[in-house]
Write a protein that binds this ligand. Structure first.
Ligand SMILES: [Zn+2]
Length: 433
């Protein structure tokens, strides 16, 4: 293999790794590697500016009006996830059944070398998808956000940022596509190599992100509150986490959200709390949250999550490899391509992956919710925190992170990687050590 090729494969795998982790729609940057206590929170950037929050209504406790708004926003979001899924399928089907995808491939072929042909193809598919979905996208991401008061950009500002996102896609999306088609054309076991190949890169990311990437965005400093520091060190030692590094992060410069995590691999152990949680939670509430986080660490949930993500990716690609050929044979006259190795099949591959991952979400999320519950149990067991204090901690998480405590059973089943807050509160209140 020559150097360029190794470089491209490396980039491709990093991209896949990032995509795998971020696609779960969980939480901002920290969601890549760390537990975030809570999920499905609303981006609260606009609410953090002082003029958005009248002085009379402090963040906690939440006003009834804001609570109602949060609930209606949350049910809209759940409904729209289904709408978005079907819109996506419709768009890709149009590209396939009208023969447009095959026509794109013919246009792209004029670009010369193989890599640029694929690049042109990916770009055309992305552009067509963007244009066909634009009205719905504007409705969901600008109009609705604006109606709920989460938008502090003008339409032009929002649209130019959106186009920037599209441009990044146009530049980078070719990388995993190149890797995928290269494997498809070489081996029938492409699904296996594609999935396994991403493991070392995901592990690398898990190690690198907290230590090298996150400090690029925020300051990691020793805890100011020495009493709290001592309490957490004692707690860590009691669960077998010896000599961890304890940090306080200035997350408040970006968000009102609260977060904390325990991470580490190959000897390094980091316990991290954001300033938001330190300033708004009592010591008892923080101890419960950290007990939960230490539970993830001690019970190796990060490795479980990693194994699950890779296994799921592999399963989706395996099913695809076994069934996609039949679909191509059946519709080849309309699709105007005859094999999976033909890059005109890209929209079809995307349909398979999006259907399989949509159907599979309840499984991966169910698995994650199980681990989250285990950590809640752990948090109650290793601390002496009262059920009421733990319940208040959850209530605060819901308010600060603007997450609906009761999104409904269907939304939880399908989309939630954490049990709904209402159930977690009920659990800690009724828990007896
Ligand atoms: Zn957790």
């Amino acid at each position: 293999m020559n150097k360029t090729r190794i470089l491209i494969i490396t980039l491709a795998l990093c991209w896949i790794a990032i995509a795998t982790f971020v696609s779960a729609d969980s939480i901002a940057v920290s969601g890549i590697t760390v537990d975030s206590i809570i999920q499905d929170s609303v981006e609260v950037a606009s609410l953090t500016t002082t003029d958005e929050i009248p002085a009379s209504s402090a963040l906690y406790p939440m006003s009834a009006e804001r609570k109602a708004k949060m609930a209606s926003y949350s049910s809209f979001k759940s409904m729209w996830r289904f709408v978005e899924f079907f819109l996506g399928l419709a768009t890709l089907s149009i590209l396939l059944f009208t023969g447009l995808s095959a026509r794109f491939r013919n246009w792209a072929k004029k670009l010369g070398p193989k890599f640029f042909v694929l690049w042109g193809m990916v770009a055309l598919i992305l552009l067509a998808d963007y244009i066909l979905n634009l009205p719905f996208h504007i409705y969901r991401s600008f109009i609705v956000e604006n109606d709920y008061g989460f938008m502090n950009q003008t339409f032009i500002e929002w649209f130019s940022e959106d186009l920037l996102g599209l441009a990044l896609g146009l530049i980078f999306a070719v990388i995993p596509a190149w890797f995928l088609y290269d494997l498809i054309n070489k081996t029938r076991k492409w699904w296996l190599y594609f999935s396994l190949g991403s493991i070392p890169f995901v592990v690398l990311l898990i190690v690198l992100v907290p230590v090298f990437i996150m400090p690029m965005f925020n300051k990691f400093e020793p805890l100011e509150d020495k009493v709290l520091e001592q309490k957490l060190l004692t707690l860590a030692e009691s669960v077998g986490i010896e000599n961890p590094d304890l940090f306080q992060v200035n997350a408040s410069k970006q968000t009102t959200k609260v977060n904390a995590y325990v991470t580490g691999m190959f000897g390094s152990k980091r316990i991290v709390l954001t300033d938001n949680i330190i300033h708004n939670f009592t010591h008892e509430e923080i101890e419960f949250v950290m007990g939960h986080e230490m539970g993830h660490y001690v019970m190796n949930h990060m490795w479980h999550g990693l194994a699950m993500a890779i296994a799921f990716l592999m399963f989706c690609f395996w099913i695809t490899s076994r069934t996609i050929g039949g679909v191509i044979t059946k519709f080849k006259a309309r699709f105007k391509f005859e094999s999976l190795g033909d890059i005109a099949s890209l929209p079809l591959i995307l349909i398979f992956i999006s259907v399989l991952s949509f159907i599979g979400q309840p499984i991966t999320n169910g698995f994650s919710r199980y681990n989250e519950h285990q950590s809640d149990v752990y948090g109650m067991e290793v601390t002496t925190v009262s059920g009421e204090a733990a319940a208040t901690a959850f209530d605060k998480l819901s308010v600060f992170n603007l997450s609906d405590p009761d999104p409904g059973d269907l939304a939880e089943f399908w989309f939630y990687s954490h049990p709904m807050i209402k159930k977690r509160i009920e659990f800690v209140r009724s828990y007896r050590r």
